[in-house]
Design a protein around this ligand. Structure first.
Ligand code: PBG
Length: 311
């Protein structure tokens, strides 16, 4: 059998994620030959602080990987699902969403605080995500959010160097990089909703590549896919794929699903958060209903203002 070529970003986290995927693929296919194709993306090269406000950030971490698939320079691309725009690229398919690790956000503090409420007055928190900033300011109007980019090690280095009092990062990324010891708190969903599909991976192939599709589809996890797709459905209804101050989390328990979502001004107010429950077969309609309800109850104004301010 010829080697399957897997495109990955070259960051430590991306490589760690891709190795996990390689292991999953080998578990279902013991003698699979794998070749890694490392690709640098705009997101890896651009270190500007205000990335997440810019509408040109669509596909920032993913479009070069998609291009490699379309040009037949690779057969499989491994993405952090939350980085993938909601608009699907013709010719490509998400063939697997493997079992998801934690969707939560995590707090790393330099002063021993173990919650957002416990941060010292006026603390400086490093994050460039408008979703994290909005929820942080909602809970603690007195703290300051300051942009923080770079890979996980760079960010933690800046924290230890005294540039910030705390950081908010994806729990999943910290787990995958073996940095769980650094975590001060995993943020509870009641306070803090994750980005749509955070913690999930999207494994993409060419739609017509039967060989790759047969192999890759074996590591798909039904529940992980359903949850991530419901969350992204809300994102798609509220926006195309650029980064907006939206959190969404779907939970599946047996035949029932519950979906929570929030949209807020990055200043922390106005802030709208709602939840809906439904039977699994009605889950898509429930996600649409939740998105409409958010928009009707203040979300439309929040979004209009956000989009105006970032132009
Ligand atoms: N855009 C950055 C990004 N994309 C995916 C992850 C973490 C892993 C994941 O959410 O699956 C991160 C870093 C972070 O948010 O802290």
């Amino acid at each position: 059998m010829p080697a399957i070529r897997i495109a990955t970003r070259a960051s430590k986290l991306a490589i760690a994620q891709t190795k996990l995927v390689c292991n999953m693929l080998r578990e279902v296919n013991a003698d699979l030959q794998i070749e890694l194709v490392e690709i640098s993306t705009r997101g890896d090269r651009d270190k500007s602080d205000f990335l997440y406000k810019s509408s040109s950030s669509v596909g920032f971490f993913t479009s070069e990987l998609e291009k490699a698939l379309l040009e037949n320079a690779a057969d499989v691309a491994v993405h952090s699902f939350k980085d993938l725009p909601t608009a699907i690229t013709p010719g490509l398919a998400i063939t697997a969403v493997p079992k998801r690790v934690s969707p939560a956000d995590a707090l790393i503090c330099s002063d021993g605080s173990t919650s957002i409420k416990g941060l010292k007055p006026g603390a400086v928190v490093g994050t460039s995500s408008v979703r994290r900033i909005a929820q942080l300011k909602h809970l603690r109007p007195d703290v300051h959010a300051r942009p923080c980019r770079g890979n996980v090690d760079t960010r933690i280095g800046k924290l230890r160097g005294g540039q910030y009092d705390a950081l908010i990062l994806a729990h999943a990324g910290l787990i995958r990089m073996g940095k769980e010891d650094e975590i001060s708190a995993v943020l509870p969903f009641e306070d803090f909703l994750p980005a749509p599909a955070q913690g999930a991976l999207a494994i993409q192939t060419r739609s017509d590549d039967k060989t790759a599709n047969v192999i890759v589809s074996q590591i798909d996890d039904n529940g992980a896919r359903l949850r991530a797709e419901l969350e992204r459905r809300i994102l798609a209804r509220l926006h195309g794929g650029c980064s907006i101050p939206l959190g969404a989390l779907a939970m599946v328990e047996g035949d029932a699903v519950s979906i929570s979502a929030m949209i807020a001004d990055p200043a922390g107010e106005p802030f709208v958060r709602e939840q809906i429950r439904a039977q699994r077969q009605d889950a898509e309609a429930a996600a649409d209903e939740l998105a409409e309800s958010l928009l009707a109850n203040g979300g439309a104004e929040i979004l209009a203002r956000f989009n105006r301010d970032r132009e």
